[in-house]
Design a binder for this molecule. Structure first.
Ligand code: ZN
Length: 324
């Protein structure tokens, strides 16, 4: 019995088409999109800082702090992030104090608390974090331009850039934490209240393993920018930050601090959650001095749009390199 070669040829051509068509899976989801580092607008970021600082003192547990929290809730809505208010109370050296963490959730993620947002989603998580309270008792007009206005304003600006991306967005949470400043001396019930509370929530959600990085920004607006990352930082993130700074051509403004720093990244490190602190702890009238810190001299004229843009670009470059 002869075989028609044309049929064999036709089968050879058609069969693979049928097989591949039949087995074709739906295309892989588009990778989350991230803004380009060059899209950071330092002038717009400085404007965010200025508007927030104009609220005045935001000492934890005071009406000023409540004004700060209300502003952040409204502003997050304005930039397309969904705000969550997490109010809690802790005993401190000055008695029981109420604190409010504000968490910004990007579009596409649901859940009425940080725990639920994490449990309702899958994939990597990055948290950009700034405290928004001010040091207590400086003055009635103290706005804390660099500490904590600079990082708060830059986070809002970065959130605006992130939420403007085409969906799906990566799970980049914006955490504005309360009570970073201690009243008397840092201890288990004085200072770092908001970050400790958030770190505990992430740990007890069972989702800590998905957190790729908590990137803490603090005092990053000084016109004379010298970010010094403390050695008590997740080493892989330290390397990432320096690589990102190199790629952005600003490596000279980023280095490693000689001494450890107790800041909002520490409660995460204590729970084995990767964390880094981008801080410039030389904020003063001459190189090496820190004499503007926690004084009435911490005002907007000491900040620059360029410094905010530099840090913002490095953070966005880090996000790209984290493989979200
Ligand atoms: Zn401070």
């Amino acid at each position: 019995m002869g075989v028609d070669k044309r049929l064999i040829l036709a089968a050879a051509v058609i069969l693979p088409i049928i097989l591949t068509t039949g087995c074709r899976k739906s295309p892989p989801p588009a990778p989350p999109s991230l803004p380009m580092p060059a899209s950071v607008d330092g002038v717009a970021a400085l404007d965010e800082v200025s508007r927030f600082v104009a609220l005045g003192p935001r000492d934890a547990g005071t009406p000023g702090a409540a004004r700060g929290a209300a502003y952040l809730l409204a502003r997050l809505r304005g930039i397309g992030y969904r705000p969550l208010l997490d109010a809690f109370s802790e005993s401190t050296p000055r008695g029981q104090v109420g604190f409010s963490n504000i968490i910004g959730v990007p579009p596409g993620y649901d859940g009425s608390s940080i725990t639920k947002v994490l449990q309702n989603s899958a994939g990597p998580v990055v948290i950009l974090l700034s405290h928004y309270d001010t040091k207590t008792g400086i003055s009635e007009t103290f706005g804390g331009a660099n500490d904590s206005g600079s990082s708060t304003g830059l986070l809002l600006h970065l959130g605006r850039l992130l939420s403007a991306q085409k969906p799906p967005l990566p799970l980049v949470l914006l955490a504005f934490v309360d009570g970073e400043e201690c009243h008397t001396a840092y201890g288990t019930n004085d200072g770092l209240h908001g970050s400790r509370h958030l770190a505990q929530q992430i740990e007890s959600s069972g989702q800590a393993g998905r957190v790729q990085a908590v990137i803490v920004l603090d005092m990053i607006g000084d016109a004379d920018l010298n970010v010094r990352i403390p050695p008590n930082t997740t080493q892989a993130l330290l390397a990432d930050a320096l690589t990102a700074a190199e790629a952005e051509g600003v490596r000279k403004q980023f280095g490693i601090s000689k001494s450890r720093i107790l800041d909002d990244h520490v409660p995460f490190l204590e729970r084995r959650i990767p964390a880094i602190d981008l801080i410039d702890f030389e904020y003063g009238s001459a190189p090496g001095l820190n004499d503007y810190w926690h004084t009435e001299a911490d005002t907007m004229d000491k900040l620059s749009a360029e410094s905010l843009a530099t840090v913002g670009r490095v953070v966005l470059r880090m996000l790209q390199n984290l493989g979200l």
